[in-house]
Design a protein around this ligand. Structure first.
Ligand code: 3HC
Length: 300
């Protein structure tokens, strides 16, 4: 009789996050607030200081609202350090990459950090759309590679979408499932298909809103109001697109279009034009809305 092979599940205590942008810093905040030791890495010192400032600001807001104690805020802050050197990931049990949707960049990051991490460390990507199998295959540990996709804002949204690449092993999935529970998130497993579940549905909706604008069905305010009041969405599609980042929305549409080959996923030329203008949404100060004024003013 053959016995089932029992592979130990790694217990994750220390987490590394690559990328100090809005997703990376949100992910770092979630883990720090849940008692993990967190190292947040970026190539840019200014990006790291900005990330820490935003995390501190958000935690202060929570203290002011009474949803976080000052003591828990101090503890979370003490759990977090930043670095520009991947050597700081030496003790990390899990490293999550959360940089822009660029497969070459992601591969380079994994290749560069691999020599600094333990053999048992799980590598994860927060990609919104790129094949987890392909990213896994380019690393030195395809079986310990997984997609953990947080939603923006990570500290608020309850979901983590978890994707096994073809080579991902069961202990890796189980370790991540246990982790999701410890950070207070609900796990939904998605197949490794372009854009997974949420973005497969959400980003084409945003793209359709841009087509509606492009074709004159309504202006930005009309379309946003219609979807908030008529479909109970907390943000209209243009507010949400600006919040996610128009470059990310366009990158997801391009992956859907190229990999599924269906013309229904063609990115709206107006979305591409906004990205060409570097009007990327909230993070660049202007997207479908102009954030230089309060309240933000629609750009068309
Ligand atoms: N970061 C951290 N926390 C935030 C935040 C942020 N950027 N914005 C709001 N919050 C927190 C507040 O601190 C507050 O926390 P508290 O209850 O503990 O005090 C709570 O969220 C509610 O805040 P507000 O009352 O100020 O804000 P709203 O009620 O207007 O809600 C929202 C804000 C949660 C962002 C809401 O508008 C929303 O759910 N929008 C839709 C978000 C969405 O669809 N996200 C998914 C995008 S798709 C994605 O991320 C995938 C990617 O791959 C593209």
């Amino acid at each position: 009789m053959t016995r089932p092979v029992v592979v130990p599940v790694v217990e994750i205590r220390a987490v590394g996050v690559v990328g100090g942008g809005q997703m990376g810093r949100g992910i770092a905040q979630v883990f720090a607030a849940s008692g993990f030791t967190v190292v947040l890495a970026d190539v840019n010192d200014d990006a790291l200081s900005h990330a820490v400032k935003m995390i501190e600001r958000d935690m202060q807001r929570r203290v002011d609202r009474g949803t976080l104690t000052a003591e828990d805020r101090e503890q979370a802050r003490a759990n977090l350090t930043t670095t520009t050197d991947y050597a700081a990931f030496a003790e990390s049990d899990l490293v999550i990459e959360a940089v822009t949707e660029n497969e070459v960049l992601k591969n380079t990051i994994f290749r560069t950090l691999q020599p600094h991490i333990k053999a048992t460390t799980i590598l994860a990507t927060n990609t919104s759309s790129i094949s987890v199998t392909r990213l896994a295959a380019a690393t030195d540990r395809p079986e310990r590679f997984i997609g953990i996709h947080f939603m923006n804002p990570a500290p608020v949204m309850k979901l983590v979408e978890v994707t096994r690449g073809l080579p991902t092993d069961e202990p890796t999935f189980q370790a991540v499932a246990a982790l999701a529970e410890r950070i207070g998130k609900r796990l939904v497993a998605s197949a490794d298909t372009p854009a997974f579940i949420v973005n497969r549905i959400l980003i084409p909706m945003i793209n359709e809103a841009v087509y509606a604008l492009y074709e004159g069905v309504g202006d930005i305010l009309a379309i946003d109001s219609a979807m908030k009041l008529g479909a109970n969405h907390p943000m209209g599609p243009f507010e949400l697109a600006d919040y996610i980042g128009l470059d990310t929305c366009l990158a997801v549409m391009r992956v859907l279009h190229e990999e599924l080959g269906d013309s229904k996923y063609r990115p709206c030329p107006l979305l591409a034009k906004y990205v060409d203008a570097n009007w990327l949404g909230k993070k660049s100060g202007r997207g479908f809305y102009d954030y230089a004024v309060t309240p933000a003013r629609p750009t068309r």
